[in-house]
Each structure stands twice: as structure tokens, then as C-alpha cells.
Write a protein of this length. Structure first.
Length: 370
């Protein structure tokens, strides 16, 4: 039985990867940090009572900022594979907490690499590092591939750049099987609520169900290469099964603006939008609503731009070239953007219908927006 350790197990990718590895017959250990409230919503369906024997999904308290506990955990588990997914992963928030981001995302990766080396596991334990298309930042080449130069544009991206190069350095210096997956944006129904795609699908669902009037976004011109997290975690595993340790771009090869993502989400519920104005004065209004269950009148404003969501330095356009992953590892994504948005919309409509019902029967469901 292969043994895996997943850091960031409570996050979007951690949850999908846990499911994937359990299906493959792995013993999965997850590193989870202490929080004042439960943070295991995404993996509750995998939870196993600690009192039963022969569990194959085991959670441990630790933290990427605590070297001794990371070393202790790896010593105890002796994993065949480590998937280092833990991170302060929000680009805009990294401008507010740059030092913490550097510690978790940058030094945290070093702690994993060094623990494996210090414990003498460098020829046993393979390491996957969650690198990111944010490394390309101020884009100088379209599409971006494994050979495109980096130009990070946020404290998050700079921390991830350090982690990227430490992974390469430990591979070269100590002959470790350590790989970077340079993953472009990937989303799902369990995407964090403050990333733009989920913010859009949640708000769209709430607006058509009458729970909310309108919502606010920042830069509508930003372009991203959006895939489905399910396809991307499969590739994380494939990267560690490859013959040689290498770095890989994982992307769909197509890019879409935030504005068009909004259009597509509303189209899923039979609503056509028109965008009016530009820059900070841009807004979206309803042109036509054809869905029999939803009554949004023509001309209703559903979206406005709020400059508080603009970033000090923005990444304008990302589009990846996944040729290497396609040809060398045979990775082909199963989802396209329309099927991804459809799945996210269906899920958020169900969640919001539940909220609406609770409101109707007297329980006030509060919603916090960022
Ligand atoms: P999430 O934000 O959903 O999950 C991040 C995980 O890291 C959570 O489990 C979080 O715990 C955990 N974490 C944060 N800080 C610490 C810490 N100090 N110690 C231990 N755990 C910590 O991210 P995703 O699942 O979307 O992404 C996974 C990884 O891939 C991240 O490293 C991200 O930067 C990277 N990435 C993501 C992409 C994407 O589009 N999703 C694209 C490219 C890279 P908690 O639940 O308690 O907050
Ligand atoms: P990103 O994802 O920064 O690409 O990082 P996010 O969804 O936060 O932003 C994408 C683009 O949308 C624009 N945008 C907004 N973004 C947010 N969050 N909220 C808004 O209201 C809003 N309005 C417009 C942003 O400016 C940006 O251009 C994600 C994270 O998962 C990282 O961890 C990962 O490394 C990269 O994807 C690849």
C-alpha cells in the first residue's frame, strides 16, 4: 500500500486529491492546521473515526510555519509521496500579509524538502510542489510554457517563485524526485468563496433566487485559463509516476475574461447580460430572462465594478501551453469551461435554495461577502 502525505488537505485540491488517491488504494495522511472552528467541510465525507482500526485516511495537526512538527510528521509517516498543497493561496490577500505568505508558501516548501533530506528519505519520498501560473505574472510570452521566463507580480507569486526554485535546487543538489506542477487556475463547486469564479457563481445563484440584489467585482478585463480541479489533481499524481522528475505546465490552452465568465454563468440560468460603461463605471444589466423559474426584469443592474477589488499589481492575461503534459504523460482534461461553470452553478443553486428555504421558515442565513 502506497503512503501519501497531503499538506493543505482541507483545501479545494486537497479534497479532490484525497478522493483520487483513496480510490487508487493509497493510505492517505493529511496535514491540517488548527483552527478555532471546524475547517474540514470539504473532506468530511472521507472522515474516519480515529477509534476504528485500519483507517486509510488520517488527519494530523501541524502547520507549514512549524519546522519541528513538519519533520516529526514526515518521520512518523515515512511517505512514498508528498503533495505540498498548503499555502496562503489568495493573491490579493498576500498584499495584506506578505510576510506570513512568504513563511507559509516559500519557507514552508523548504521545510518539507529539508525534512525529507534530513531524515534520509531523499531516495524514497517523491515530492510534488504546487507551483502556479502566477509565476509568469507580467506576461512576456503567450501562451506560457515550461520555458517561459517568470516575472511574479504579488507577494504570493514571489513566495511561490522561491518555492519553485528550491524544489529545482533540491532535485539537482540531492538527486531528489521533486517536481513542480505549474498549474493554471482550476476551479470547482468547492472552490474558495472569495476567488472570482466562485464569487460569480454564488452571486448569480443568489440573485436569481431573490436572496441578493447585485454584486461587485474588480478587474473585468483580466483573462485566465480556467480548468476543473478534478482534472488537475489527476495530473499531480501522474507527475509523480513519471519516469523522471520534471516540471510541468498544466492548463487548458484557452483563456477567457472575467467579464465573459460572468456572461457564461448568467447564461446558465437563462439570462443575457449587457455590459455598459467602462473602467470603474462599468456595470452589467439584464437584457433578457428566458428561464421560467426566475423573474429578473429587463434593465436590472446585477453587477458593478468596485475598485477595492483592484490589485496593486495585476496579472493581465494567462494562457498555458499544456503540450508537454499532453504528449509526454497523455494528460487530457475531461472538462471544458462550459461544463465547469454548469457544475458550479448547479451546486451553488442547490446551496442557495437551501438558504432561501431556511430564511422562509424563519432561520436567518447570513452571508458574508468579500
Ligand atoms: P486552498 O486555498 O483551497 O487550500 C489551501 C490549503 O492550505 C488549505 O487546506 C489551508 O488550510 C492550508 N494552509 C494554509 N496555510 C497553512 C499553514 N500555515 N499550515 C498548514 N496548512 C495551511 O487552495 P487550493 O486547493 O486552490 O490550491 C492548492 C495549492 O495549489 C495551493 O498551494 C495554491 O497556492 C496552489 N495553486 C492553486 C491553483 C488554483 O487555481 N486552485 C493554481 C495553481 C496553484 P485551511 O483550510 O485551514 O485554510
Ligand atoms: P488568481 O484568482 O488571482 O488568478 O489566483 P482569483 O480568482 O482571485 O482572480 C482572478 C482574476 O479575477 C480578477 N477579479 C477578482 N478576483 C477576486 N478574487 N475577486 C474579485 O472581486 C475580482 N474581480 C476581478 C482578479 O483581479 C484576477 O485578475 C488563483 C489562486 O488560486 C492562486 O492560488 C493560484 O496560484 C492562481 O489562481 C493560479
Amino acid at each position: 500500500m502506497k503512503v501519501a502525505l497531503i499538506t493543505g488537505v482541507t483545501g479545494q485540491d486537497g479534497a479532490y486529491l484525497s478522493e483520487f488517491l483513496l480510490r487508487k488504494g493509497y493510505l492517505v495522511h493529511g496535514l491540517k492546521r488548527r483552527t478555532s472552528q471546524f475547517n474540514t467541510d470539504r473532506i468530511d465525507h472521507l472522515y474516519q473515526d480515529p477509534h476504528i482500526e485500519n483507517r486509510n485516511f488520517i488527519l494530523h495537526y501541524s502547520d507549514m510555519t512549524d519546522a519541528a512538527s513538519v519533520i516529526g510528521l514526515i518521520k512518523q509517516i515515512q511517505p512514498d509521496e508528498i503533495y505540498n498543497l498548503a499555502a496562503m493561496s489568495h493573491v490579493q490577500v498576500s498584499f495584506e500579509i506578505p510576510e506570513y505568505t512568504a513563511n507559509t508558501d516559500g519557507l514552508g516548501t523548504l521545510r518539507i524538502l529539508d525534512a525529507v533530506r534530513l531524515l534520509g528519505l531523499e531516495h524514497k519520498t517523491k515530492i510534488y510542489q504546487a507551483s502556479t501560473s502566477e509565476l509568469y505574472g507580467k506576461v512576456r510570452e503567450v501562451p506560457q510554457s515550461e520555458t517561459t521566463p517568470f516575472y511574479p507580480r504579488s507577494p504570493y507569486a514571489v513566495a511561490k517563485l522561491y518555492a519553485y526554485w528550491m524544489t529545482v535546487n533540491y532535485r539537482e543538489a540531492y538527486n531528489m524526485f521533486a517536481c513542480n506542477g505549474i498549474l493554471f487556475n482550476h476551479e470547482s463547486p468547492v472552490r474558495g468563496e472569495t476567488f472570482v469564479t466562485r464569487k460569480i457563481t454564488r452571486a448569480t445563484a443568489r440573485i436569481v433566487l431573490g436572496l441578493q440584489d447585485k454584486f461587485y467585482l474588480g478587474n473585468l478585463d483580466a483573462m485566465r485559463d480556467w480548468g476543473h480541479a478534478k482534472d488537475y489533481v489527476r495530473m499531480m499524481w501522474m507527475i509523480l509516476q513519471a519516469e523522471e522528475p520534471e516540471d510541468w505546465v498544466i492548463a487548458t490552452g484557452k483563456t477567457t475574461s472575467v467579464r465573459d465568465f460572468v456572461r457564461m454563468a448568467f447564461a446558465q440560468v437563462g439570462i443575457e447580460l449587457e455590459f455598459q460603461g467602462n473602467g470603474v463605471n462599468e456595470k452589467a444589466v439584464v437584457i433578457e430572462c428566458t428561464h421560467p423559474d426566475y423573474q429578473l426584469e429587463e434593465g436590472k443592474e446585477v453587477l458593478a465594478v468596485d475598485p477595492r477589488y483592484f490589485r496593486p499589481t495585476e496579472v493581465d492575461v494567462l494562457v498555458g501551453d499544456p503540450t508537454k503534459a499532453n504528449t509526454k504523460l497523455g494528460w487530457i482534461p475531461e472538462y471544458d469551461l462550459t461544463t465547469l461553470i454548469k457544475e458550479m452553478m448547479e451546486s451553488d443553486l442547490e446551496i442557495m435554495r437551501k438558504d432561501r428555504y431556511l430564511n422562509e421558515v424563519g432561520f436567518k442565513v447570513l452571508n458574508y461577502f468579500e
